[in-house]
Ligand binder design. Structure first.
Ligand SMILES: *Cc1c(COP(=O)(O)O)cnc(C)c1O
Length: 396
């Protein structure tokens, strides 16, 4: 008996991708898959985007990494673009989503502690949230399966039912620093916060000098049809964590904040060796070149509406399998009548279609944002065939 050299924390399936071609993956054994998982909402430009490849190749050949001891023309450019595109005044770059949420949590705590309110260190977070796998980010989630074996948790988080404004208000106390919330829960099952809830959290934050911290790691960077999902609620956060799509497949994340919210983040308070290195900045800038314009965002909304309309019609044929269509833009989910994983596995193994399972019996549909009519048609062909054969196999 020997432990696998790859630490066995993932139950990996036997699809072993070795090549990506636009919206398809090719596995070691030559099988071809339509990729509506996109590396879990990461490969927003698909798998072989010439602009992204070229930017990374050029930057790799010019200058890859220098650390944050030096000035960063590449980072200044990407930070300025994010500031221009969003509510934020300032940006801290990270290498992952969890690090972006960590930076957001530290920024929120520092906001209060810098002003002498050291009691105010608690963030109110929401049931079934997912914020990452570091100690702070698992502590921020009430999901026990992520805690097991890793106790004790970090103090400073209070769990509240998702989308329950009255419960959130009732939890506010002298130790509250703010709210940390996903506008649409991803891992939790494409569960959308209501307009009343998001506006209500914003109002509560304003009334009690609390910070509204949004985790847009999955919803961000055009995924839902606006650059960030909160724009659709007509509200702005004080702090926001972003990652996944922002590097298009290159590991990159960021914590965005207003000047006021970032007042505790001063020289020497936070850092990262790799964070925002020239290679990552080149990837981020190349992604923004494609997605940060109204025409692209509109195309995401159009394709999202087309997919959603098709899905609504499709589920009507299988009421015993599917309950509802969820989500916005190209962050969609099919709520099933039972656990979604067996169907996700069936589509993958028998129909060459990759999707992602999630909580609340929901199958996630997270295609590259550059899909076209051909990929949408192929998706529905595979999905319909998959549902028919799945139902037949269940009946057998
Ligand atoms: C994926 C995800 C994270 C964690 O990102 P990593 O890059 O895996 O650390 C955090 N929050 C949300 C909402 C996510 O979907």
């Amino acid at each position: 008996m020997a432990i696998d050299p790859l630490m066995p924390v993932y139950p990996r399936c036997d699809v072993r991708p070795v090549k990506g071609e636009h919206c398809h993956l090719v596995s070691e054994d030559g099988r071809r898959f339509l990729d509506f998982a996109a590396g879990i909402a990461v490969n927003i430009l698909g798998h072989s985007h010439p602009g992204l490849i070229g930017a990374i190749q050029d930057q790799a050949a010019t200058l890859m990494h220098v650390s944050n001891l030096y000035g960063s023309p590449q980072g200044e450019r990407l930070a300025q673009r994010l500031v221009d595109l969003t509510f934020a005044d300032t940006v801290f770059f990270t290498n992952s989503g969890a690090e972006a949420v960590e930076a957001a949590i530290k920024t929120a705590r520092a906001y209060h502690q810098y002003s002498g309110n050291s009691d105010r260190h608690e963030l109110i977070t929401f049931n079934n949230a997912f914020h990452g796998r570091t100690m702070a980010t698992i502590s921020a989630s009430d999901q026990e399966k992520m805690h097991k074996g890793f106790l004790p948790l970090l103090p400073g988080f209070r769990y509240c039912p998702f989308d329950d404004l009255a419960a959130a208000e009732a939890l506010i106390g002298p130790q509250t620093a703010g709210f940390l919330v996903e506008p649409i829960q991803g891992e939790g099952g494409i569960r959308e916060a209501s307009q009343t809830f998001m506006q209500g959290l914003r109002d509560l934050a304003d009334r009690h000098d609390l910070l509204l911290v949004l985790d847009e790691v999955q919803t961000g960077v055009a995924r839902t049809g606006t650059f960030y999902a909160h724009e659709q609620y007509g509200i702005a956060p004080d702090i926001l964590a972003t990652a996944k799509g922002i590097g298009g497949g290159f590991p990159l994340g960021a914590c965005l904040a207003t000047e006021k919210a970032a007042r505790g983040m001063q020289f020497g308070t936070h850092g990262s060796t790799y964070g925002g290195n020239p290679l990552a900045m080149a990837a981020g800038n190349a992604v923004l070149d494609v997605v940060a314009n109204e025409a692209f965002l509109e195309s995401v909304r159009d394709k999202g509406e087309r997919l959603r309309a098709g899905l609504e019609q499709f589920i009507g044929n299988y009421p015993e399998l599917f309950e509802a269509v969820r989500g916005r833009g190209l962050m969609l989910g099919l709520k099933m009548t039972a656990e979604s994983r067996p169907f996700v596995v069936h589509l993958r193994d028998h129909h060459g279609l990759l999707t992602v399972s999630a909580g609340d019996n929901t199958m996630r549909i997270l295609p590259p944002l550059v899909i076209g009519d051909a990929e949408i048609d192929e998706f529905f062909d595979k999905l319909s065939a998959g549902a028919a054969s799945f139902k037949a196999s269940e009946a057998a």
